[in-house]
Write a new protein. Sequence first.
Length: 274
Amino acid sequence: MVHTMQTVPLLTDRPRLLRNRQRATALFLQEMVVREVQERLIEVNRTFSDPVVVTGFPQLWPEMPRIADEEGLDLTVAAQDLVIHALALHWANDPVGQLVQCRRALRPDGWFMALLFAGQTLHELRACLAQAEAEVTGGLSPRVLPMAEIRDLGGLLQRAGFALPVADSFSIQVRYRDVFHLMQDLRAMGEGNAMTARLRKPTRPAVFARAAEIYQQSYGGADGKIPATFEIVVLTGWAPDDSQPKPLRPGSASNRLSDVLSVPELKLPREPGI
């Protein structure tokens, strides 16, 4: 008997993603990420001599070396002291592999920062399209990229071998005339549907018409406009180095917390059988 291996289809259709980006004309969220990176670099208060940016839009980073966010990153081991992964990791077929490549490219005590769409991004659009398609066609097709949660993304940093990993997020809400205006803007951002499993035939107009009704009924404001949420998760970590602070072994403290805080120590009553 011959056994065949079943391959799991890739999440992202890379040729389609590249075509979407080439047609992009409105990069206001990507430009906002550039400013966010600049502000965070100021806060770190450290000079980096060998930075590199992983990006799908190199024109936004004219003053820094940059490489494309391909599955195999064009990075050299221990060649950088700063790697920035700029709003592209959410499209990666192997996000852990991307993080590992970035970590290996860093010299000891080098810094990594990634910004990506995640969490509640486009949750309104996802819910409305799913309900509309189910009502009109009786089925569902992938239309909005699955979004990772911040807790899971923080765990990926640890899996990739980063020291002192931190994950935080911030959200932006953009208001649109209607769902058609929102989808037009997503295409202009280069963030249109590039999933491999996407529907390969035209969607029935009734699906979008019903989605527009649901969106307006569920989220429409007094001004008639609808909101679209974009949550951006920021991941940071350091390439391990002996100079970095390390957590103490549990039970190794030499002082009681009650003594440091100058408060009486209260012991919990023991329960029977414990």
